[in-house]
Design a protein around this ligand. Structure first.
Ligand SMILES: Cc1cc2nc3c(=O)[nH]c(=O)nc-3n(C[C@H](O)[C@H](O)[C@H](O)COP(=O)(O)O)c2cc1C
Length: 201
């Protein structure tokens, strides 16, 4: 299974962007300001609205990412697959402030976003470009950032027709769910709910 997403990357309609995060993957938050690019892991992220789509993510005040987001007002959420588990954990362990190139230090590569001036992470399976909605009190008190999604893309091999399709043939592209201390679950088998209760005659 090739990780090069270039030829498989497809735009996702904004009204479906929430589904890229609905199943709770750990994401990579990528940032750019004043010639510096950075990336960090974030498990505490969630969709917040359908259309226009919004997201929320906790960005601790001690991180370099926080500085870049506060300066630029934007970030991207990149959804890494299991093939990037080591790089994703490294992005959640190393501090970018003292590194020349955190992408390189984590064995990650970037490409330019479509709409915002941001780096996106190569080899991921979904990408959301986000503009911060300023909520100074919430940011200061809870390290929580709310943002509007202005562009979304996904790897068509695992996300098409507005939903994820994980199966044995795309094992390396399953998303990551953090249990703690570097242990993750890869997204599992789909289970389809059916209506309950009496069926009408
Ligand atoms: C799997 C994983 C998930 C994490 N989730 C979050 C999170 O949701 N919010 C946060 O502020 N830090 C989170 N972290 C910690 C940051 O990724 C970590 O502090 C990182 O080194 C910050 O990098 P930076 O200083 O280059 O921005 C997580 C770390 C790991 C390994």
């Amino acid at each position: 299974m090739s990780l090069d997403p270039g030829i498989h990357r497809r735009p996702v309609p904004l009204a479906r962007a929430y589904r890229l995060l609905n199943h709770g993957p750990t994401v990579l938050v990528s940032t750019r300001h004043d010639g510096r690019d950075n990336v960090m892991a974030a498990a505490w992220n969630m969709p917040l609205d359908f259309d226009p789509p919004k997201v929320a993510v906790v960005i601790d005040r001690s991180t370099f990412t926080r500085r870049l987001i506060e300066a630029s007002g934007r970030f991207a959420l990149n959804v890494p697959p299991r093939a990037l588990v080591d790089a994703s954990f490294a992005a959640g362990s190393l501090g970018g402030a003292t590194l020349d190139d955190k992408f390189a230090a984590c064995a990650l590569r970037s490409f330019d976003a479509q709409v915002l001036d941001l780096p996106l992470v190569e080899g991921c399976v979904a990408w959301l470009e986000c503009e911060v909605i300023a909520e100074p009190h919430v940011q200061q008190a809870h390290d929580l950032f709310v943002a509007r999604v202005v562009a979304a893309q996904a790897d068509e091999r695992v996300f098409s027709d507005g939903r994820w399709h994980f199966d044995a043939s795309t094992d390396a592209l399953r998303t990551l769910h953090h249990l703690g201390a570097g242990a993750f679950l890869a997204s599992g088998e789909p289970v389809q709910a059916r209506p309950v209760g009496p069926t009408p005659d």
